[in-house]
Ligand binder design. Structure first.
Ligand SMILES: [Zn+2]
Length: 173
């Protein structure tokens, strides 16, 4: 799926986590463990999204640009105490693409060759398991999955807004 959807699920997972974690009470160990768990969860969420049948509403370059801006906006909006946890969650959600697609994109853009292997590390990036659709078929299914991701992610972030967002952005000051 486009990176932007993985960024959204990363923000959503962080939002859900902030509902169950109070770093002021639990201390840094639990906070770091939760952040690490969110990296792992993010990788799994990425796999689920990539296995679902999907087209690519955004081409690679605008996708990366919009996703980068979105990440910056998200991190600017979260409370300072959640920046590491939210970064970890988003990182986990985009990590499979960074590993499997990043080196070849970097090579195309800059000529820097970090492609150590042509094999995919994550099985959902192989033709056998990936839900990628490039011929325009199954548009309805693809749009449906994209809509579900956006809707659920938005709901999760809204539900967590008061704990997740900076004071200036919430009614609870
Ligand atoms: Zn992927």
């Amino acid at each position: 799926m486009n990176v932007i959807f993985h960024v959204l699920t990363g923000a959503a997972a962080a939002g859900v986590a902030t509902r169950f974690l109070d770093p002021l009470r639990t201390g840094p160990g639990t906070y770091l463990a939760m952040s690490g768990a969110l990296v792992g969860l993010g990788v799994m969420l990425h796999g689920l999204l990539d296995i679902a049948p999907h087209q690519y509403p955004l081409r690679a370059t605008p996708d990366i640009l919009v996703s980068s801006v979105l990440i910056a906006v998200i991190l600017a909006c979260v409370r300072p105490r959640w920046v590491v946890l939210t970064s970890a969650s988003i990182f986990g959600n985009i990590l499979p693409d960074l590993i499997d697609l990043g080196p070849s994109m970097l090579f195309e853009i800059s000529g820097i060759d970090l492609r150590f292997t042509s094999e995919k590390v994550f099985f959902w990036h192989t033709p056998e398991f990936s839900g990628s659709i490039y011929n325009g078929s199954r548009s309805f299914e693809s749009h449906s999955y994209h809509s579900v991701v956006v809707l659920l992610a938005t709901c999760a972030v809204i539900a967590a807004w008061n704990t997740l967002a900076r004071n200036a952005l919430t009614r609870r000051r």
